[in-house]
Structures are given as C-alpha cells and as structure tokens.
Design a protein around this ligand. Structure first.
Ligand code: NDP
Length: 502
C-alpha cells in the first residue's frame, strides 16, 4: 500500500487501513461488501458490431481492455480501421433507407422501450461490467449510470411518435446516419445519451466508444440484438482515436455527435467544417461551485463532495472550483476535510467504496502533473491520510487552498479528484470569478435566498446551473455548454433538435 496525504497543511489525523481519520468514529469499521462479478461473463475477445452481427476487424487488429483497479486484462477487442468504418456506415445507410427511416415513430418506440426494459432487467450485469472496465464504484454504476441509461431510452421512446408536436415544425425529418464518438467517464450513459434521441428521431447510428472502456457498449449492442432491432440501425465500432477520426471524416455520415476533450472537439469541428454535416460537441468544463455565507454548511459540504469526488472527478461538469464566501471559508474547509477523511477509497466492486480507480495510467499522469503544478505555483495541497492499493491507478482525494485565478489548477480541466478552493467577498465578485474561464458547462450555487439564486442564474455563463444540489441529471432536462464547453444540447426536447432536420 502507498501512503498518500499529509500535504503542506498536514493530515487531519492518522488512520488505520480501512478505518476512519477522525477520532469520533475510531473503532467502527465497515465489513467488506463486495458485489459478485459472477453475473458477468466476459468473452476473451470481442468483434465489431456491424449490420447486426459481431465480426473481427477487417485488418484483424485488436487491443486489450484493462481493469484499472487491478491492471488485469479483461478482454481483447477488435480495432476498427477505415474498411470497417466503410462497412458500418454502409450498413447504417441501408438500414436508414430501407427500414428505420420509413418506419412509423410508434413502431420505432417499441424497440426503444424494449432496449430500456432489457437494460433494467440486466442492470446488475451492466453495473458490474461498467465498474470492472472503468474503475468507478459499483454504488455509482448501479445507482446512477445504469438507471439513467435506461431512463434515457424510456424518455426518448415516448417522443418517437410525437415528433410533430416537439416544436420543430409539422413534419420534422431525421438527418440520416449519425457518427457518434463517446468518452470513457460514463461509457454506458454516454452511449444512451447519444443513441436514444438519434433513434427516436429516426436516424441510424455508428457509435465509437472510448478505447479504455468498450465493454458496456458491446453489451448494449447485444441488448439491441436481443430487442430485435433491425440489423444496421445501431453499429458499434471499437478502436482508438484514429477510428473516431475516420468515422467523423467519413463522407457517408450526416451528423457528428462528440463528447470528450476540447482539443479533440476542435479537431473534429475543423474536419467537419464545410461538409454540411450537422455537429454537436459536448466538451470540457471547469465549473464553479459557489457557497454563500447563508448556506447550510453540512448540506453544502455534501454537495461539494458530490460535485468533485463523484466518479473520481472524471466528470465534465464537475464542480472543480469551489468559490466560498470569505467569512465562512475556514468553517467550510474544516468540515470538508473531516468529510473527506471519512471517504473510502478502494475496490470499485465493494458497495461501501466512495472513490474508485482512475481510469487509465495516462489520466493518472495528467492528474499527477497538474497537481504538482498547483504546488509549484504556490497553492497549499491537502489529502486525508489514505492508503492506495499497490496495483491499479489511484489518486487520493485532494484539496488545494490558497488558489488564485491565474493558477493552472484554477484554469485547466484536471478531470480527477482534485478541488481548487478560491474565496470571494461579494456576489458580484463570485460571478466575475465563476465566469472567468474559457469553459461554460455548469455551475452550482448554495444559498438560502431564492432571489439570489435567480440573480446568479441570470449572470452565470453556464449551460446547467444547480441550486442547493449538484450533479443531478434527468433525461427530460437539457445538458450542454457555452464557449469551449461546446454547443448543442443533449436530453429533453432540446436533445431531439440535434438529430432532426429542423
Ligand atoms: P478524448 O477527447 O481524446 O476522447 C474522447 C473520445 O474521442 C474517445 O472515444 C477517443 O478515442 C476519441 N478520439 C480521440 N481522438 C479523436 C479524433 N482525432 N477524432 C475523433 N475521435 C477521437 O479524451 P481522452 O480520453 O484522451 O482524455 C483526455 C482529456 O480530455 C482528459 O484528461 C479530460 O481532461 C478530457 N475529457 C473530457 C471529457 C468530457 O466529457 N468533458 C471526457 C473525456 C475526456 P480513444 O478513447 O480511443 O482515444
């Protein structure tokens, strides 16, 4: 075990492995509560899902996918090349022209309902597989990712036969074939966010999951098959960035939907420019979570923890900048430290685990580098004493205080369990600091005054603003950003616009 913590401001107190950092709860411990992985059967190899069948890549290339908590290889997966992209786009085009495009919305809805129900029936299987491939705690994959994925299919199934009442004209038309590229932080949920509205609107899809997390997208392909979805309506091409690049550049695609880093988003925007393809981009963020002096501290601390330590901070809308009113900053940071000392880091399949593994060595390296930059620039670093497993990719929950707006940790997306704390004196200063970012995806506000929430909401330049809560998602609610966080909305009625010729 590696010991983390004891930053520049020293530890809260020392704790035994698996125990608690604060003296109050010493002597109490959780028994291990591991979820069984027997429910999942992982094949040694997976092919690409094209035209309703699994088949190896034309070039025979494969890559391995690894459990980030143990570094164990879970499976080998086909790496799609340009010939596979051609085949998948042709299958999607044929399905669009011959079956899915002409099909009445009420019929399409039946397939979406079936997929949603199958996701619910196989929820445990999906949750365990997601935690194995991604490293996220089972509590999150079981209670958030999988239920929200199913909810998206249910929600958009309801729209499939009502598109003419969605506010996009009397007879909105689908776009055709959608090329969709998704990241590794919410692999199943992002697949659902992309596929469900596209299919409801009458498009067919070629989906490219992230290289490090392909397994739940492949299980979802199996569910599409189980639901009797006509061949070619959904195709899944596994592979790395070059597969994604080939897909978005393919001339047979009518629509590109991308979620991921701002850099790749810009590259895609350049590649799509002038082609007539419709584009939506959901990119990075550096959200401000703003705590006023009248906020209930305990509740706000839970919201801060949920905002940045949920999913190891691998969240585009994470509340990675805490803006706290100066008069309560000391009290809030003290409570936050006590709370962090009670978080449990470890086996993602243990139902008591709060913080799982970082998804990849590359991401761990990025988090480590940016945290080192925070220290080098003069911010004070603190983590609770916390034992990190010897194998796998881990990063202790970390808080930086004494952060100024020019620090890299206040400006760049770290995408890890690292919180930068800044202070403000007046609401105007809070707004100015919150908006001082090239991003604009989300924000949070903690105050008892409803009028202040409305005042803030009018001034914060962010696509989603949570009040007295954080990281809440609902399929009926649109999600998306401004500036370098991208454009277009996913979720709700707005999410249909991205897939309709409206
Ligand atoms: P990327 O943006 O590279 O990956 C997102 C998806 O795009 C993956 O499926 C990736 O494939 C694919 N991809 C990569 N290059 C291209 C390309 N040129 N054309 C088309 N598709 C491409 O994110 P990373 O995984 O590399 O993470 C890097 C950083 O991005 C993180 O540290 C984090 O800060 C940020 N990020 C932000 C996310 C967000 O939702 N805001 C999500 C993920 C990352 P492959 O996985 O095979 O490389």
């Amino acid at each position: 075990m590696t010991q983390a913590g004891e930053g520049a401001e020293g530890p809260v107190s020392r704790r035994e492995p698996g125990g608690h950092a604060d003296g109050l709860s010493a002597g109490w411990d959780y028994a291990p509560a591991p979820e069984s992985r027997d429910i999942v059967s992982i094949a040694p190899e997976y092919g690409l899902f094209v035209a309703g069948e699994f088949a190896p890549a034309a070039g025979g290339r494969t890559f391995s996918t690894v459990n980030p908590a143990t570094e164990e290889t879970l499976s080998r997966v086909a790496a799609a090349g340009p010939a596979d992209v051609d085949r998948a786009v042709a299958a999607a085009r044929a399905a669009y022209d011959q079956v899915w495009g002409p099909m009445p919305g009420a019929e399409r809805a039946k397939y979406l309902y079936r997929i949603a129900r199958a996701l619910q029936e196989r929820a445990r299987e999906f949750a365990v597989l997601e935690s194995l491939d991604n490293g996220k705690p089972i509590r999150e994959s079981r209670d958030v990712d999988v239920p929200l994925a199913a909810a998206h299919f249910f929600y958009y199934a309801g729209w499939a036969d009502k598109l003419e009442h969605a506010g996009f004209g009397p007879a909105p038309r689908p776009l055709g074939v959608a090329g969709q590229v998704i990241p590794w932080n919410f692999p199943l949920m992002m697949a659902a966010w992309k596929l469900a509205p596209a299919l409801a609107a009458g498009n067919t899809c070629v989906l490219k999951p992230a290289e490090t997390t392909p397994l739940t997208a492949l299980l979802l392909a199996e569910v599409c098959h189980q639901a009797g979805l006509p061949p070619g309506v959904v195709n899944v091409l596994t592979g790395a960035g070059d597969t994604g690049a080939a897909l978005v550049a393919h001339p047979g695609i009518d629509k590109v939907a991308f979620t991921g880093s701002t850099e790749v988003g810009k590259e895609i925007a350049r590649s799509v420019a002038g082609t007539g393809k419709k584009l939506t981009l959901e990119l990075g963020g550096k959200a401000a979570n703003i705590v006023f002096d009248d906020a209930p501290v305990e509740q706000a601390v839970e919201g801060i923890v949920n905002g940045i330590f949920f999913n190891q901070g691998h969240v585009c809308c994470a509340g990675s900048r805490l803006l706290v009113q100066e008069s309560v900053a000391g009290a809030v940071v003290d409570r936050l430290r006590r709370r962090l000392a009670s978080l449990r880091l470890g086996d993602p399949l243990d139902k008591n685990t709060d913080i799982g593994a970082v998804n990849s060595p590359e991401q761990l390296d990025k988090i480590t580098r940016l945290s080192a930059a925070g220290e080098a620039e003069g911010a004070r670093r603190w983590s609770p004493p916390c034992r990190l497993p010897d194998r796998g990719y881990w990063f202790a929950p970390t808080i930086f205080t004494g952060v100024s707006q020019s620090h890299r940790i206040a400006r760049e997306e770290i995408f890890g369990p690292v919180l930068s704390v800044l202070t403000f004196r007046t609401p105007e200063e809070a707004v100015a600091k919150a908006n001082n970012t090239p991003y604009g995806l989300s924000a949070g506000a903690w105050t008892e005054k409803g009028s202040r929430i409305l005042w803030l909401a009018q001034r914060l330049r962010a696509g989603v603003i949570w009040a007295n809560t954080y990281n809440r998602f609902d399929p009926a609610s649109p999600f998306g950003g401004y500036q370098e966080s991208g454009f277009g909305r996913e979720g709700g009625r707005h999410g249909l616009a991205a897939y309709l010729d409206a």
